[in-house]
Design a protein around this ligand. Structure first.
Ligand SMILES: Nc1nc2c(ncn2[C@@H]2O[C@H](COP(=O)(O)OP(=O)(O)OP(=O)(O)O)[C@@H](O)[C@H]2O)c(=O)[nH]1
Length: 336
């Protein structure tokens, strides 16, 4: 072996060591992420910075092949804004062997990759993201340098990166999923009673410390049992999802809606006193009177009753809920 070849070998080995070190640093950074959003943001910034790549994009398969991890309700705004959707068939063109794909022949890509992702690009690398044997996305690296991702380059390091990213991502996705299941109602997508208790406790502290008022609405769907009996449980479920979606759309940004139990919901109205809460309750009830639920080829009347309680900072959470609940039943009894 000539001296020149030995020098070249040492230089290659140093370069590899350097890359391995950077990958290790990236792995450490993303392992600390608490959410999918944080992980993706950290990953993209870190790769871009450490490897000085012109642009990085996350491509996610839609519909996702791992919906129990990438469920629609869980997908954060960030993911929606910062990832590009791609079909599984399109992605499989590059990753049929589950390996990274490198090219500087960009003309062949334009039919599959949106043009705006290839601006300034002279060469690209696509790193497959695979969880449980399912290809669910790809990291698209693009560079101004034509030789950066030539298909003659080895892909060992990129394969390592792909495995590490996929594993770290599945960890945070599972964590988010568990957190979601612990705090959100699966049927309606609104927060559950456990989160309601945390939220009201925080409102009480805010009121006691800063004097900020708040009110509760205890909401019950009228004659809901009859809907189940007449149209079936599936229809009953749709009614609950309809009520939850409309309530969430009707309240303000800093108000919160929770599913309390069965056909009962609690809305917490931030900064609202009794009179304002009464007006909000009337507004919500009127909405449902005027907007029956579209069902099959017809519409189904869905009405609600709202009991009101305004917090004075002196009563406990359970006293407030009890007061709103008794107001609700008083209203129901008066109607009969
Ligand atoms: N479809 C469906 N039904 C549910 C669910 N949870 C509870 N229920 C039903 O909700 C009904 C609650 O009825 P009630 O609130 O007691 O009675 P109601 O018919 O609404 O009568 P009023 O409250 O007096 O207007 C019961 O029949 C429960 O079986 C659910 O997740 N899905």
């Amino acid at each position: 072996m000539s001296e020149l070849e030995i020098e070249q070998m040492i230089a290659n080995s140093k370069a590899n060591e350097n890359i391995a070190l950077k990958l290790f640093e990236i792995e450490k950074e993303i392992l600390e992420s608490k959410s999918c959003e944080e992980l993706i943001q950290c990953l993209l910034n870190s790769i871009k910075q450490k490897f000085d790549i012109t642009a990085i994009t996350l491509l996610l398969v839609e519909p996702t092949p791992i919906s129990y991890l990438f469920n629609e309700l869980l997908q954060s705004n960030w993911q929606h804004r910062h990832s590009t959707k791609i079909s599984l068939d399109q992605l499989k063109v590059f990753h049929h062997d589950s390996k990274p794909f490198l090219t500087n022949d960009l003309d062949s890509l334009s039919a599959v990759i949106p043009n705006n992702l290839l601006i300034e690009a002279q060469s690209i690398a696509l790193i497959p993201l695979i969880l449980e044997g399912q290809l669910f996305g790809s990291l698209l690296f693009s560079d101004r340098d034509k030789s950066r991702f030539s298909n003659k380059l080895g892909t060992f390091h990129l394969e390592q990166l792909a495995t590490k990213v996929s594993l770290c991502l599945s960890n945070v996705l599972i964590r988010e999923q568990l957190e979601y299941m612990a705090h959100y109602d699966r049927l309606t997508g609104v927060a559950n009673r456990r989160l309601m208790e945390v939220f009201i406790a925080e409102e009480l502290v805010r009121q006691q410390r800063y004097g900020v008022p708040f009110s509760l609405l205890f909401i019950d769907c009228d004659d809901f049992k009859q809907v189940n009996d007449q149209y079936g449980h599936d229809c009953g479920d749709k009614v609950l999802a309809y009520i939850a979606a409309k309530l969430q759309g009707l309240i303000r940004e800093n108000d919160r809606c929770f599913r309390y139990a069965g056909d009962e919901f609690v809305v917490v109205l931030a900064s609202q006193k009794h009179q304002e809460a009464e007006l909000a309750a009337q507004r919500l009830s009127r909405f449902f009177v005027k907007n029956p639920m579209p069902y099959q080829n017809t519409v189904l009347p869905v009405t609600i009753t709202c009991g009101v309680a305004a917090s004075d900072g002196k009563r406990s959470m359970s006293e407030l809920l009890k007061e709103a609940d008794s107001h609700l039943y008083q209203l129901k009894n008066n109607r009969q």
